[in-house]
Design a protein around this ligand. Sequence first.
Ligand SMILES: NC(=O)c1ccc[n+]([C@@H]2O[C@H](COP(=O)([O-])OP(=O)(O)OC[C@H]3O[C@@H](n4cnc5c(N)ncnc54)[C@H](O)[C@@H]3O)[C@@H](O)[C@H]2O)c1
Length: 442
Amino acid sequence: MDVTVIGTGYVGLVAGSCLAGAGNRVTCVDVDENKVGRLNAGEVPIYEPGLEPLISENLAAGRLRFTTDAAGGVRKADVIFIAVGTPPGADGFADIEAVRAAAGSIAGHLRPHAVVVMKSTVPVGTSEIVRDEIASRTDVPFHVCSNPEFLKEGDAVADFMYPDRVVCGVDTEHGRGRLEELYEPFIRSGKPIIFMDIPSAELTKYAANAMLAARISLMNQFAALCEHTGADIEHVRRGIGSDPRIGPAFLYAGAGYGGSCLPKDVEAVIRSAAQRDIDLTILRAVNEANERQKTLLARKIRRRFGDDLSGMRFALWGLAFKPRTDDMRAAPSRAIVAALRERGATVAAHDPVAMDQARTVYVGDEIEYGADEYETLAGADALILATEWLQYRRPDWTAVGERLSRRIVFDGRNLYDPERMAELGFEYYPIGRTQVGPQVVA
Ligand SMILES: NC(=O)c1ccc[n+]([C@@H]2O[C@H](COP(=O)([O-])OP(=O)(O)OC[C@H]3O[C@@H](n4cnc5c(N)ncnc54)[C@H](O)[C@@H]3O)[C@@H](O)[C@H]2O)c1
């Protein structure tokens, strides 16, 4: 099939490459000339495990190409995915301007019975806006479907290749048939394509992210209760996660959820419900709890060292919002860096893949970087763990202790064992677990 993907970011690039991998001829379109140029030169602009070989193989096979020319890109396409960003607007609503622009750029160039698929996460009703936008510019018959994406950064290729389920909102047999044909190679292990109406598909994506965010915020609040009662959130997590009605995923207390999806999608669905006079009280609390959680490590640090951190130095392990990605959008590390710098401290950071990204976030010498994680520790008053990268899980504690000027660790991901940290002679501040050292309850 001839497929065009408009928007070549985390979602569009992965979807386009995987669809090419299944034998389709795929054109990826983006307005960012620099990105398209780099991709055509064989350079992959994001870090995502497994993506680079997939792109190079499909480029070499002639099944994948990158262009800024939307009109040329869609002329032959049977299916066009819109996968542009829908960032939060100033008012918290999802900003769908890029979606409208993408629809406008393809409208006059569709072949008859082309299927336009909304892959971006969009408020209910957006697919209809796209339909109207296109219909106002062409007489050619076309179909609109909704196919929200559930891939996780860090596992995006595997998630697309082996989805748990594919959700498709359709209102014509033709649209349904095209999506069935396109996804059939990816669900051979028996995973379902769940067909439904378009508004339900649009809302399913928000409901999924809302549910995941709610689990995390609830655990974070139980972690706070643990700190006041002597209970251990890790025991509680295992205790409830073994209940099949609850399940073990997304129950980890930590420094708050981040990334480009959960925070913005929770906010966006709250806003779009409010527009219809529906108050999503639970989600508002989920959001509020997370905003507070993102300041937890900084509050603990202030409890331990006082409000004035000037002249102090902190080592920060992890900048990406989670492991196996270089994405720093809404990462908890950013809240920590901002709070420390605001109070006069210096931050030396390390991340296995996100340091190039960080250099676009922090200008000049706003933060320092270590060539490896140990280099950040020299003369630091404490180590802060913000992202649970595999390589941080079993550090050489002798080397850590020798380099730090004080043996103090703030662990935003509960990676280490309090008893072991006590044996090693570290002050240790995890989240919702036994602390080692002067008690700091924030
Ligand atoms: N990143 C994720 O993990 C993830 C997962 C599921 C769903 N989503 C959703 O998918 C959508 C895309 O997310 P992303 O993370 O890939 O975004 P992104 O910011 O990484 O990529 C968006 C791309 O679209 C391009 N673009 C913007 N306007 C354009 C236009 N008019 N024509 C062509 N290209 C245009 C941008 O240049 C950019 O390269 C969002 O709605 C997001 O909520 C993201």
